[in-house]
Design a protein around this ligand. Structure first.
Ligand code: CO
Length: 304
């Protein structure tokens, strides 16, 4: 990786970490979810960066992909297990990180939160050129199961690239048999999920999260919405961003037209299949010959 690209990954990672801390501090009982996410996204833009995907908050059984609509009245409540997932890009280079905030005082749920964080850190301690996704998955699974919880098997960490949030390699939450060695220069996000339920998520609930990876001209009366979607350059977006600018009806039309043209990817909320509580912890890092550099740290300085 050249120095300029590395500098952009470092900048994206640092702003992602700062935005995560900024958002986490605002997750308190009574705060409105949409307000916190709007503030996080404003913070990211104020740093001169942009979102790699919509900031999202997933509560209790929902593991990922909850992005409220503009008029959503959901508030955080006492006892909630809240996952905040924030992605930032600088010139397309992605920093992706997540944290779980528990708004209660049950020691068992504290252990659930600790399980995904310890799993992430155990995997990071193993990362170096030559380690395999299978080995990382084994370390993640062990940290989670020894605390009495289940890793979520159908969610995984992932490579990141320019204007791509999810690419190879997949970093599993269990030893999945993938013995392809990681190589120096890869940028990967490690994000274990621990569950008190099935250890498997399903797609359920109203979808508000989309991407259009390969836009081409289409027939629709909502060309201004299409133009805005084009500006996301294939990265995920949420309906709230669009409805505030263009109104509900026009956005619905644009999404319908994109879906009809088979250009639209949809990412509905992902709850645990048995309604168990879910925790998540995530860093993005650069694989090096003898270890890794964690990119999503809020307080880093680099001499070069
Ligand atoms: Co991720």
């Amino acid at each position: 990786m050249d120095e300029e690209t590395l500098a952009k990954y470092r900048q994206a990672g640092k702003i992602a970490a700062q935005a995560l801390a900024f958002g986490a501090a605002r997750i308190t009982p009574g705060a409105r979810v949409v307000d916190v996410l709007d503030e996080v996204e404003e913070f990211i833009r104020e740093q001169g960066a942009d979102m790699a995907f919509p900031a999202q908050v997933s509560i209790n059984a929902v593991a990922a992909h909850f992005c409220p609509k503009a008029d959503d009245m959901t508030v955080f409540r006492e006892g909630d297990v809240v996952k905040l997932d924030v992605g930032v890009h600088v010139d397309g280079f992605v920093g992706d990180n997540a944290v779980t905030i528990y708004l209660g005082d049950d020691a068992e749920i504290d252990r659930l939160v600790e399980a995904s964080r310890a799993a992430r850190d155990a995997a990071i301690a193993l990362v170096r050129a030559g380690v395999t996704p299978h080995e990382l998955g084994a370390a993640i699974e062990q940290e989670i199961t020894k605390r009495g919880f289940k890793p979520i098997r159908n969610l995984s960490g992932h490579g990141v690239a320019q204007y791509i949030v999810h690419t190879a390699p997949s970093i599993p939450n269990y030893p999945n048999g993938d013995k392809t060695p990681l190589v120096a220069g890869q940028t990967i996000a490690i994000e274990p999920f621990a569950s008190t339920g099935a250890g498997r998520v399903e797609q359920r609930g109203e979808n508000t999260l989309y991407s259009v990876p390969k836009l081409r001209p289409i027939r629709t009366a909502a060309q201004d919405v299409i133009k805005r979607i084009k500006s996301y350059r294939g990265l995920p977006f949420t309906t709230r961003w669009l409805t505030r600018e263009f109104g509900e009806g026009k956005v619905r039309l644009a999404l319908f037209s994109l879906k009809h043209a088979r250009l639209l990817n949809e990412y509905p909320p992902l709850p645990d299949a048995q309604g168990g509580l879910v925790s998540q912890s995530e860093h993005t890092l650069l694989v090096t010959a003898d270890g890794c550099e964690i990119l999503t740290l809020a307080n880093t300085t680099h001499s070069t």
